[in-house]
Write a protein that binds this ligand. Structure first.
Ligand SMILES: O=c1ccn([C@@H]2O[C@H](COP(=O)(O)OP(=O)(O)O[C@H]3O[C@H](CO)[C@@H](O)[C@H](O)[C@H]3O)[C@@H](O)[C@H]2O)c(=O)[nH]1
Ligand SMILES: [Mn+2]
Length: 702
């Protein structure tokens, strides 16, 4: 398809990917293949005496077919967009809208305060009028250490921001900038580096002793007395930097009130608090949400987002502009598939051609209005001060403004209001990001996927398998909460979004259910080999070729998606291996945890993923691409190791059978071989390795 002609005034263009036609044709063929397979199963079910096995295979294949349909909806109209920020910059500065940045942190030990500092500094230093930026940091850990670090950051920013702008520095996270040693330093840079290192020492010292010297800053830190705990404390709002006194961004520390008896809704609750506090103080029409590890790597990111968010033709229904999540320090072949290419790139391009990408919790610029009801119907909040269209003309340091800011950060504020249901980030799922984006799309908001050449944000990804599994288990539970909520992607989703986008949203919510086919295909045919019976058609049977075709078709297309969106063959291989491991651990236990949670037998919290990188051995293992099962390998790995062992046994039996009788169970054996190839790192960890990150015997043998 021809690229859209871009006139010199248009700020963005959109182009359909070239693969589209081919993909649509293939979809038709694959659909026929799936229907044939279903016919085959039903026929077998009715005519042969293998009810249990066939039903299990049928169930698995129905789930896989649905999964394939959801993926296919995202291959229906993939698009690539381009922005022209240089045209935006040509505007007079007065026309640049105000920008409120939200940064969430929750635990000073899993999320080191220096990380928060770097993220905050990197966005404060945006190529954007400084006095239009306000950075709000939400600290759910209620930690004086984080506040102390941010006070230091405020002081340092007065040197850092002018330096970046004067020298057109591209890496505006000081940690990144100063770690690039190959530069030839100017004296100015050298001085700043010393200043930064002193700051880092002070912050890290405070973190290591666990408290701030109370005598020195009694006025501020006096709040942290012996009654203060992270789960029980009053609301704190501190203006650390303020552009009324100088041409600097605002920097505001917020720790909402917590009490053990009020629900706080984890990150969604924190974000809603920031929505209100920022409304009261600055009420910028554009909001950027970030996790504390996601520092800015591209100083022009806001301009890219504004190419969409300022376009009068689309703004009335444009809810948000999502940037991909990218991670720093991923090892060469990405052994844990934590780049999540399918989630953060491939699928996004697909959604983008429908209604727009889902919200992924970080690196997203919102239209503030989107949090207050559908495009055509503003839902008024309970206070006039929270109205998204209000123009703020008072000082954010005025007494009444500060008093109200503390009020709206109170833990009982949301009682009997629309917050979390009709207004703001939505409650009820541990994947508050996916859920909120879904609800906004259902209301009629659209979104755009923005992927500038220079990556806009970099974050941390888990560096050991146990952490990856923990994260994905939390997601699985959150996704199941969505499936079984009133606004299920299955029912409400299809009704509100139509067929393609509805299917697209079910792609993720369906993840946990994939543990069923993975378990069945990981055990059943293998047991069949061991017992010497067949579950799949023999190689002389024409149905044999249908299996070959479907397997190859699905895998080759998956690989092609991967390569077309910038992946490599090795990363794809690791990605599909992780899919198997995740399916047998995170998704599997996610279903169990969710069931327990629904029956009130367990409470699963938002366990924050650790971003601290201080374990050198773990770091080394990661860099050498050695699977790290963590020091205390949990039950989580039991299904994976069981499947690995069963497959190895089946493989040996199968090969033996083939040699002994000349004719074997070809499909079953092919499947077992495929699984064995995937399980190599697991065998190594079980049998060959001696280091502390191997799998302990306890997990090997139950
Ligand atoms: O009670 C809480 C719990 C978490 N967070 C913050 O939420 C963010 C995300 O937490 P993290 O542990 O990093 O989760 P991930 O699994 O890495 O995050 C992905 O998945 C989450 C949903 O499960 C989304 O919120 C994230 O944006 C998305 O990157 C962090 O900044 C936390 O500080 C809070 O503010 N309050
Ligand atoms: Mn994260």
């Amino acid at each position: 398809m021809e690229p859209q002609k871009s006139h010199s005034t248009t700020l963005h263009a959109c182009q359909t990917c070239r693969r589209t036609v081919l993909y649509r044709c293939y979809a038709l063929i694959h659909t026929c293949g799936i229907m044939a397979l279903m016919y085959h199963h039903v026929h077998t079910l009715l005519t042969e005496n293998t009810a249990l096995v066939t039903s299990l295979l049928l169930l698995s294949d129905v789930i896989q077919a649905f999964m394939w349909a959801t993926t296919t909806s995202l291959r229906f109209n993939p698009v690539h967009r381009t922005e022209y920020p240089e045209r935006y910059v040509a505007k007079p500065e007065e026309e640049f809208p105000k920008l409120d940045v939200f940064i969430c942190t929750a635990d000073p030990y899993k999320e080191p305060p220096m990380m928060v500092v770097n993220t905050a500094l990197s966005v404060m230093a945006y190529d954007y009028p400084s006095d239009k930026i306000s950075v709000y940091v939400s600290d759910d850990g209620g930690s004086s250490l984080t506040l102390f670090a941010l006070m230091e950051a405020a002081k340092f920013s007065e040197h850092w921001l002018p330096f970046c702008k004067k020298n057109n520095v591209q890496d505006r996270s000081p940690e990144v900038y100063f770690s690039l040693l190959s530069r030839s330093w100017t004296e100015e840079a050298e001085n700043l580096k010393t200043m930064y290192e002193d700051l880092k020492k002070r912050v890290e010292y405070v973190v290591s002793v666990g408290q701030v010297d109370n005598d020195q800053f009694h006025e501020v830190f006096g709040l942290w007395d012996h009654n203060f705990t992270r789960t029980d404390h009053p609301s704190i709002v501190k203006v650390l930097l303020n552009h009324e006194t100088e041409a600097m961004p605002n920097l505001i520390y917020v720790s909402r009130e917590k009490s053990k008896v009020s629900p706080h809704h984890f990150k969604a609750g924190a974000l809603n608090t920031l929505l209100r506090v920022s409304s009261v103080m600055t009420n910028a029409p554009i909001i950027l949400t970030l996790d504390c590890d996601m520092y800015s790597n591209n100083p022009t990111a806001p301009l890219h987002a504004l190419c969409y968010l300022s376009d009068p033709k689309i703004i009335s229904s444009l809810g948000f502009v999502q940037f991909p999540q990218r991670f720093q320090g991923i090892n060469r072949n990405d052994i844990y598939a934590s780049e999540l290419r399918r989630s953060f790139d491939i699928n996004m391009v697909g959604y983008d051609g429908l209604m727009g990408p889902s919200y992924v919790g970080t690196g997203c610029f919102f239209n503030r209005r989107a949090f207050y009801g559908p495009p055509a119907k503003l839902i008024k909040p309970e206070l006039d001060e929270l109205n998204p269209n209000r123009i703020v003309d008072t000082s954010l340091k005025a007494q009444d403004v500060l008093a109200l800011a503390h009020d709206v950060a109170g833990c009982n504020y949301e009682r009997n209001t629309n917050w979390g249901s009709k207004i703001g980030f939505r409650y009820g799922s541990l994947v508050e990001d996916y859920y909120t984006g879904f609800m906004l799309h259902c209301e009629g908001w659209r979104s755009a996927f923005c992927r500038p050449q220079r990556v806009a944000f970099y974050g941390e990804s888990p560096k050991c398998l146990a952490d990856v599994m923990g994260q994905q288990m939390r997601w699985s539970i959150g996704l199941l909460e969505m499936v079984f909520s009133r606004y299920s992607t299955f029912t409400y989703g299809f009704k509100s979004l139509g067929m393609l986008m509805g299917l697209g949203y079910n792609y993720f919510t369906f993840w946990p259910f994939c543990s069923i086919p993975l378990t069945v295909y990981g055990i059943l045919p293998q047991l069949a080999i061991i017992c010497g019976v067949s579950v799949f058609p023999k190689s002389s049977d024409p149905w044999f070729w249908l299996y070959i075709f479907l397997f190859l078709g699905a895998h080759v297309q998956d690989l092609s998606d991967f390569l077309l969106e910038g992946g490599t063959y090795r990363k794809w291989w690791n990605d599909q291996r992780m899919w198997m491991i995740r399916g047998l651990s995170s998704f599997f236990f996610g279903i169990i945890e969710f069931t327990l949670k629904t029956l009130n037998l367990s409470t699963f919290h938002f366990n924050v993923t650790s971003k601290a990188n201080d374990d050198n051995e773990q770091k080394n293992r990661y860099e050498q691409e050695i699977f790290d099962f963590g020091p205390s390998s949990s039950m989580l790995f039991l299904p994976v190791t069981t499947v690995a062992i069963v497959n190895l046994l089946a493989f040996v039996c199968g090969v033996y059978g083939l040699i002994a009788s000349g004719e074997g169970l070809v499909l079953e054996l092919m499947l077992a071989s495929f699984a064995v190839m995937n399980c190599v790192p697991i065998y190594e960890a079980m049998m060959l390795r001696k280091d502390e990150a191997r799998l302990p015997k306890r997990v090997n043998f139950g």
